[in-house]
Design a protein around this ligand. Structure first.
Ligand code: XLS
Ligand code: MG
Length: 346
């Protein structure tokens, strides 16, 4: 590879989670935000990702003025620690008004709430000097196909995106697709859907995407191809690397933990597209295992970064000219083995 760029890394407070799952309570005690921020600094990460209410807890109960004041206080705390806010994402899946969808709820009052909440999220981002809003469209889809009009829902999504773009002329929106969970079927399941949606927005230049490895795998896709696809349009503005063992619940495993070769190919795709050279961050949307002890609480983050950097080395030392010869000769059996040998250390 011609360039030897350094990557910048981040994670969110939710990535130091307490181990609860739908079948059992937390296995680790809750930690404060300040503890998590200190941990992020100690580990040498560069930025933090936020949901709007990670930045300003309980923000629905607060006035606009109070939200802005608390966001400014957080900004000072981040500045003191030399940490930037990479993204802010509206958490649109917890409130009772988002039970049947946020932007695509059948109830106009609920849709109104979702848009207003998203505009407040932008105010929080502005106070944090962050111009990138992530939309994980958690409940935009259906449990029962006949319960919603999918054609209408596309218009609702565009209406919400346009309201956000109009609220602040500087912000950009990165759509994070996921095909299912919590929904049976989501309206924006892949990067192709996200980018198609962006063309309907009032200002398509300000709508891009975020790829999460596990979400692509859940859609039956190879995340490396999703990366190349998004980069072909200049639209990959953020990235959630993690891993996923097949088609089951969203696992958010450490990067490379389930399939090292799939991880290698993601890194190779990032390298060839020079991801990061326009200021983009590599985020790890990973969770500790339920079994993780308190003293190993951040190991999944450190391990993900270590694996990523080892795979950058692997991508940069991959014998590209030998690979090209095998491709020209259509000797894919040898190419296949060459990749395995390279990953196994030869
Ligand atoms: C959940 C999502 C979430 C987003 C931010 O699966 O990945 O963590 O990244 O809202
Ligand atoms: Mg994510």
């Amino acid at each position: 590879m011609a360039t030897k760029r350094a990557y910048k890394f981040c994670f969110g407070p939710w990535n130091i989670s307490e181990g609860a799952d739908p079948y059992g309570p937390p296995t680790r005690p809750a930690q404060t935000f300040d503890w998590k921020l200190a941990k992020l600094k100690d580990l040498g990460f560069d930025a933090m990702m936020f949901h709007d209410d990670d930045a300003v807890p309980d923000l629905d109960a607060k006035s606009d003025q109070q939200v802005r004041r608390e966001a400014k206080e957080l900004k000072k705390k981040l500045d003191d620690g030399g940490i930037v806010a990479e993204i802010v994402a509206p958490r649109l899946w917890f409130d009772p008004r988002t039970i049947d969808g946020a932007y695509t709820s059948n109830d106009p009052k609920c849709r109104k709430y979702a848009i207003e909440r998203s505009l407040r999220c932008i105010d929080v981002a502005k106070a944090l000097d962050c111009d990138l809003i992530v939309l994980w469209l958690a409940r935009e889809g259906s449990y029962i196909r006949e319960s919603k009009n999918a054609r209408q829902c596309v218009d609702y999504l565009v209406e919400a995106i346009d309201a956000m773009l109009a609220h602040d002329r500087k912000i950009r929106i990165a759509i994070e697709p996921k095909p299912n969970e919590p929904m049976d079927v989501a309206y924006v399941p892949t990067i192709g859907h996200a980018l198609a949606l962006s063309t309907l927005a009032a200002d398509p230049k300000r709508v891009g995407c975020l790829i999460e490895s596990a979400h692509a795998i859940l859609a039956g896709l190879d995340p490396a191809d999703e990366i190349d696809f998004a980069c072909s349009f200049g639209k990959l503005w953020s990235l959630h690397l993690n891993d996923q063992n097949g088609l089951k619940f969203d696992q958010d495993k450490p990067f490379g933990s389930a399939n090292l070769r799939v991880a290698f190919n993601q890194v190779r795709a990032l390298e060839r597209n020079q991801y990061g050279s326009r200021g983009e961050f590599v985020a790890f949307d990973v969770h500790p295992f339920r079994t993780t002890k308190v003293e190993h609480w951040a190991d999944h983050l450190v391990n993900s970064r270590r694996t990523f950097l080892r795979l950058v080395e692997k991508a940069r030392t991959f014998n590209e000219s030998a690979a090209r010869k095998l491709v020209a000769d259509r000797n894919y059996a040898a190419l296949d083995q060459m990749v395995l040998e390279h990953l196994m250390g030869k």
